[in-house]
Design a protein around this ligand. Sequence first.
Ligand code: ARG
Ligand code: ZN
Length: 842
Amino acid sequence: QTIRLADYTPFAWQVESVSLTFRLAPTATRVLSEIRFSPREGAQPGAFFLHGEGLRLIACAIDGAAVEPTLTDQGLTCPVPTGPFTFTSEVEINPEANTSLNGLYMSNGMYCSQCEAEGFRRITYYPDRPDVLAPFEVRIEGEAPVLLSNGNPTGSGKGWATWVDPWPKPSYLFALVAGDLVAHSDRFTTSEGRDVALNIWVRPGDEGKCAYAMDALKRSMTWDEEVYGRAYDLDVFNIVAVDDFNMGAMENKGLNIFNSKYVLASPETATDRDFELIEGIIAHEYFHNWTGNRITCRDWFQLCLKEGLTVYRDQQFSGDMRGHAVNRIDNVLALRARQFREDAGPLAHPVRPESYIEINNFYTATVYEKGAELIGMLRALVGDEGYAKALDLYFTRHDGEAATIEDWLKVFEDATGEDLTQFARWYSQAGTPTVTASTQFDEGVFSLTLKQHTAPTPGQPDKEPQVIPVAVGLLDSNGNEAVPTQVLNLNKTEQTFDFKGFINEPTPSILRGFSAPVVLEIEQSTETRAFLLANDTDPFNRWEAGRQLTRQTLIEALDGAPPRPELAAGLGRVLSDESLDPAFRALVLSLPGIDDIAQSLYDAGRTPDPTAIYIARKGVAQSLAAALEQPLGQAYEAMQTPGPYQPTAQDAGKRALRGAALGFLSHLDAGARAAELFAASANMTETTTALAQLIAQGTGAAQISAFAADWSHDRLVMDKWFALQTSACPPEQAAETARNLTEHPDFDWKNPNRFRSVFGGLMANTAGFHDATGDAYTLLADWLIKLDPVNPQTTARMTTAFETWRRYDADRQGMMKEALERIKATKGLSRDTSEMVNRLLA
Ligand code: ARG
Ligand code: ZN
């Protein structure tokens, strides 16, 4: 059943209040509800329908009189009075049998919930849609020592607790947690003088791993007050870490629930990347309190309203915390790897989709990350001041409402006077625009011609031109800024921009800071790229110039050409330039991945062979290592971080550069340095960096065992152990490595983190996943078929492994298609997975 944006109709009733009582029991939890409805003014009262799935209805009544509703597998309908009325019901649910991790479920003996997007209907009968907002009161009865729900605590005793959430909210923000938990606690006083109790709830034994998340939370609270003027609005803020979770985390009002991997961290068990992700995700969920909770979405088509904006906000925060240049490069790397890939394949969809079958399939890189890029472009178009004004207006005008993208664009128009009609196409047109740049120099005038084109995507054969902010600067021959950065608004299919008054031809630096999510095509000589790598004053484009050089070198290597000397020389200069941030130098040294090269070849009309790319890439790495052995060895020695481990951006940057140097040097020393580092390391960052190199060299057997012996008691660390083996191993061993790991006693396949470690690792091993035998395709399909009845959401998400199938040769295409057809033909396949395989095959 396809749901369409065009079919939106408001709910005909208003929910005045909700009162819930939970009588917890693992296999037979009773949920009693009392919901006050009144006719919504001006609404056409249709049939009264409440969502409900997998519920055993015990009884229900209207104004105290029992009713016998009509039940379907989607919910209930019953006749109701014309005026206000109270609906009461009692249902029974089975949290222990809930392996989908959607609704109320159990994780290690603890009750927890996930209601976004449509999990609340698995808890009780309710209008489970985001435009129905109500204040909730909750009473929990159960044996667990800790009983939590949204809002403020109002009472507790032996075996019970009550909570009141005064802020009207949609049901997807409901949460309940009950278990044997301990808190790492702190306090925060808001700018409005509210004293807030902060708690991070974890299983006993994990309380020593919460300090970093707590610190990140307090910094997030301060930042949102200072930068957006948004203060917290309850007396408590609770965070709970759970081991079984489909996604990263969830912003339930006053009770955020997190995948434990994004909360728990210690120097011994977490990597620099883990600390960075914890900081970013804690911030993301906290920022949702305003962008998502206080102002929510009218319907799920508007998901990017809260997600794009909240990602944009968390990226701003991370940039402020850790440095903007490196942060921007990291974000663009992720955008290209995930969102550009999505846009280029059968799953391409607009930032605001117009139809879906299962909304959980649209929690995508396009909605989130491209959605965030749109906010950045809006800001570039209206300026910082305009942006601040528009956001203030958004918060005052829509507080307490369920809003739309039209509402969002309207506040920008009203606050700045800007006409955003054309900009709105960014929300409705799928696909990554290609901007082709060409230049001319004539009589002192430098002309830059920009053309835009967006290829057809599923359901959208023709595209209109979009408004693309292109940040441009011009450099003179000494590498000085001849024209500082200015933003050109490309809003037609083709436009020429003139810069006057030059004696010598300047060198353009185009799309500075990656000012728009587009593919930039420009014919540039190797010399020009090397010049920009050495001189560009925009750090993003400086990195990008190096990236273009390495991409070009990798593609030429496929055709048998040795690396151009300009590359080693340029990288060597950056590597040894101590005025540059080590994290930036590490990024310049990192080579594009196999998937990146495969897409580039495909875009150029060629059929990529992942195995050949793997071999060429290894060859390039080897020859760069040989050419730069001396400075790499120096960097490896210099980038040590002695003393106690600190998860700071500075130290993390040093370790990143050290790791990058190790990656090259391992090609020359057969893993000798990596083995030494593994033996000596006292932090998880260097341990896993070393282990990955050893695994890649095929010489890590002893270290793999040693690591497992050290860490078999720690699930999150063992997730890394599983993932490293499938992601880093030589490609010809990838499928077999994954298969062997699925037979390991600790392969708990119903746990999403563990399943993703093995199979997400296999997917990330591009040449391994696409090995010509097709073994990996078969193995993954077998496991997705097995997982689907247990956990449809995670299964559906992992079918994206196949989203690039049309890129490859006929044999690989045939095998991937067969894998997808086999999944599709599975009896009783979930709605989630069937929507995905149908789109993938269409
Ligand atoms: N709103 C959450 C976040 O972005 C994501 C929850 C998605 N969960 C799901 N099952 N679709 O932080
Ligand atoms: Zn979010």
